[in-house]
Design a protein around this ligand. Structure first.
Ligand code: GLN
Length: 488
């Protein structure tokens, strides 16, 4: 049952020498062997490398190294395949990067390593993080451990499914418009997207640089806190990285909610919301109240425009970021008779349909004649959305909403209609546009079928500590995470 352990459990067991890191990693490998053919959370994993790192962690423990200095010593953590890990393949879920091996570690990986973690496994995702179901992965669709006919969400679907199936205790993913929170909600995990600039993007392959942020997937809020603490902080290699004091997030654990004002978004609790999701979130809001929070209704009047603005801003940035995959520098080249044909063949064959759709859309909104009407206008509305939050946070300390409008949907259900797929992020996208922190935590289940529901908490810029305080108090009073996915 070691595979059921949380990060905090493993730290206790490793610290008291009840288990070794090698045993912890072996438990993951055994669990992967048992369930991975059905879940398909990974694109690749390298057991020999993981066991080598575990052995080094065991040697460090034997030398007297402690979790005080190395908070994640010996703990296995798996990584979305969009974050560079030296010596490991980096695919971004795309064929275009075929054969590419990363020559360096992303800053978050350096930080995990200096905290002593065993960095292991490349997790499946929608190609270049574009999607909400992992169905845009060039390799395979990951399955939801709660119901294998359903998708785990996306784009970090592998990161969520691996934790939900107890294949690893924690993972990292990335969130541009919801890609941590939405899959966390659909798989019953805790997912945290930090404030823009809190976590270095160096070594994260860029999708939309003004929105992307790396964050953890875990089984508990305490574990989320442990991972966050290990990866945050200024990085001179990322020009958007914030210089700000780092709080001790563990101070937010185990507190009540008295004196906190929590805003319920008027615009999010109407129309199109699945009744099971609504019932779970309504009950969660009452629970927050009984824990001492004061619930206030708030308005985010421009939230209706968030999806439209996102698909202009994100595609514009993506069209520029993805120009580097040209067959010359990084990726699998498809030859042609001349350079132009080589570019066309490389990009035409290397990118999947959703990535092409976004590059075309992004190029269009940036093109002369349309720039003012689309891109510039979208940037202005982005400012209005940001202002909505600023005003709301004058009267509340955090905001609560459902993370997604529906529970996990069936594979194939939305692939024919990109707009339907895009709408699964209606509640998560505005957080990235505003640059604020967001978290999804389990808040119950729908009945028949029984599927996890996520509650989203949004905070002020740098308000992670408040989100953790609310999430932890709620989690401790409900313990939805005790109910594990039924996959054996
Ligand atoms: N699902 C959204 C999209 O397809 C968000 C993706 C993300 O956050 N990376 O763009």
């Amino acid at each position: 049952m070691l595979h059921r352990s949380t990060v905090a459990d493993l730290i206790r067991l490793l610290g008291s020498r009840k288990i070794s890191s090698t045993e912890a990693v072996q438990a993951c490998l055994d669990r992967i062997a048992a369930v991975e053919s059905r879940v398909k959370a990974f694109i690749s994993h390298d057991p020999a490398d993981a066991l080598r790192q575990a052995k080094a962690a065991d040697e460090a423990l034997a030398r007297g190294e402690t979790h005080h200095n190395k908070p994640l010593l010996g703990v296995p953590i798996a990584i979305k395949d969009v974050i560079a890990v030296q010596g490991q393949p980096l695919t971004c879920g795309s064929r275009i990067l075929g054969g590419y091996v990363s020559p360096y570690d992303a800053t978050v990986i350096e930080r995990l390593r200096s905290a002593g973690a065993v960095v292991f496994g490349r997790l499946n995702m929608d190609e270049f993080a574009m999607g909400s179901s992992t169905e845009n992965s060039a390799f395979h669709t990951t399955r939801n451990p709660w119901d294998l006919e359903r998708i785990p969400g996306g784009s970090s679907g592998g990161s969520a499914a691996a934790v939900a199936a107890d294949e690893v205790p924690a993972t990292l993913g990335s969130d541009t418009g919801g890609s941590i929170r939405q899959p966390a909600a659909l798989c019953g995990c805790v997912g945290l997207k930090p404030t823009y600039g809190m976590v270095s993007r160096y070594g994260l392959v860029a999708f939309a640089s003004s929105l992307d942020q790396i964050g953890p997937f875990t089984k508990t809020v305490e574990d989320s806190t442990l991972l966050l603490q290990s990866i945050v902080g200024h990085d001179p290699k990322d020009s958007t990285s914030l210089r700000t004091p780092i709080p001790d997030y563990s101070q937010s654990l185990g507190r009540d909610l008295r004196g906190l004002r929590v805003g319920l978004v008027k615009e999010f609790m109407v129309g199109g919301l699945d009744p099971g999701v609504k019932a779970a979130v309504d009950a969660a809001v009452l629970q927050l109240q009984s824990l001492g929070a004061e619930i206030r209704e708030i308005s985010l009047p421009h939230s209706d425009y968030a999806v439209a603005v996102y698909y202009i801003v994100a595609t514009a940035e993506a069209s520029a970021n993805l120009a580097r995959f040209d067959g010359v520098r990084y990726c699998a080249r498809a030859e042609g008779n001349d350079p132009i044909q080589m570019y066309e063949n490389t990009r035409g064959r290397g990118f999947g349909p959703e990535v092409k759709r976004r590059i075309i859309l992004g190029t269009y909104v940036l093109s002369s004649g349309y720039y003012d009407a689309y891109y510039l206008r979208a940037q202005k509305v982005r400012t209005l959305i940001r202002e909505d939050f600023r005003k709301a946070f004058e009267s509340v300390d955090a905001i609560v909403s459902p993370t997604t409008p529906t529970p996990a949907f069936k594979a194939g259900e939305k692939t024919a209609d990109p707009l339907q797929m895009y709408l699964s992020d209606i509640f998560t996208i505005s957080c990235n546009l505003a640059g604020i922190p967001g978290m999804s935590i389990p808040c119950g289940f729908t009945t028949s079928p029984k599927l996890p529901v996520g509650m989203q908490l949004l905070g002020k810029p740098l308000g992670e500590a408040t989100l953790i305080r609310i999430a932890h108090a709620y989690e401790q009073s409900t313990r939805w995470n005790q109910d594990r996915a039924p996959i054996v």
